[in-house]
Design a protein around this ligand. Sequence first.
Ligand SMILES: Nc1nc2c(ncn2[C@@H]2O[C@H](COP(=O)(O)OP(=O)(O)OP(=O)(O)O)[C@@H](O)[C@H]2O)c(=O)[nH]1
Length: 321
Amino acid sequence: MSSPSRLPLLESVLEAVSLGVIVIDDARRVVLWNKWMSRHSGCDAHKALGADLFELLPELRGGRVEMAVTQALTNHFSSLLSPTLNRAPFPLYSDPAALGRGERMQQAVAITPLAVGDDARYCLIQLNDVSMAASREKLLREQTEKLRMQTFSDGLTGVANRRAFDVAIDREVRRAKRNGTVVSLLMIDIDYFKPYNDHYGHQQGDQCLIQVSSALQALLQRSVDMLARYGGEEFAVILPDNDKHQALHMAQALHARVLDLAIPHEHTGGPVKQITVSIGVATLLPGQPADPAALIGAADQALYAAKRQGRNRIVAAPAEY
Ligand SMILES: Nc1nc2c(ncn2[C@@H]2O[C@H](COP(=O)(O)OP(=O)(O)OP(=O)(O)O)[C@@H](O)[C@H]2O)c(=O)[nH]1
């Protein structure tokens, strides 16, 4: 079989590649404009050939493409335009529907100087459609974010989970130590939740947990405050920069908010026949050792004191626990 001569072969390759190829001369006139360019720009080779590239596509004037072309023609520098910074410099569209929607193809643009013979200078512009890669990357980012959310949020109530709490309490205790500030912690436990579940059923128990957590969450206005589900029917609230007085104030508001829900509970062991919470409060002072476990322990001790004293109340840990 005879081999075809190189020039027609090269021309066929240029017309067949899935890549935009433009070559301009040192007067910036288009000398090559392949089929891919015609297909995606809506401008065919007849119109493009011989035209000044920046008159053909005036929006490229003064931008990164013109700078890179000048660099290639005068200094023989190659450039790669980052698709992140220059998403769609050329007016190219993946298909007619995208053109109709005005949705440009995302592009990777490579600009390379070409020397043909001794002094003829040209510039090669290669364009790649990276829309698919960009949308895959976006999907991947969204999935990663979703996974991150799932990893750090409680499946039932949607508030932060224990893992997120552990990270946050560590961070806030270290921050308080660094800045010489205080941090308070509330441990909140629903009273008589076992008899609630036993009497009303597990599903209604779940609904109760959802209601209580969203009522608690609604009261936390500062972005630094964090409500987490610590375990079963126990929640924790981290209050950075809040001293004991402010933490007690917040505990009272949260306690009252749960009472306001007025969720009936006929089977409590006490006189109040609705869902209530007990709250333990502890505050880490600047002089104390920055130990998250000790802070959690102090808030827990205070919570159990509240339970022992009859539930439906707030108890604060001693100042220097
Ligand atoms: N519906 C539901 N119940 C849960 C969930 N997690 C834990 N529980 C229940 O919460 C109850 C906790 O009971 P206990 O720790 O004995 O506490 P309590 O009955 O609230 O008693 P006090 O805390 O002393 O007032 C148990 O019955 C658990 O099964 C959950 O996700 N959904």
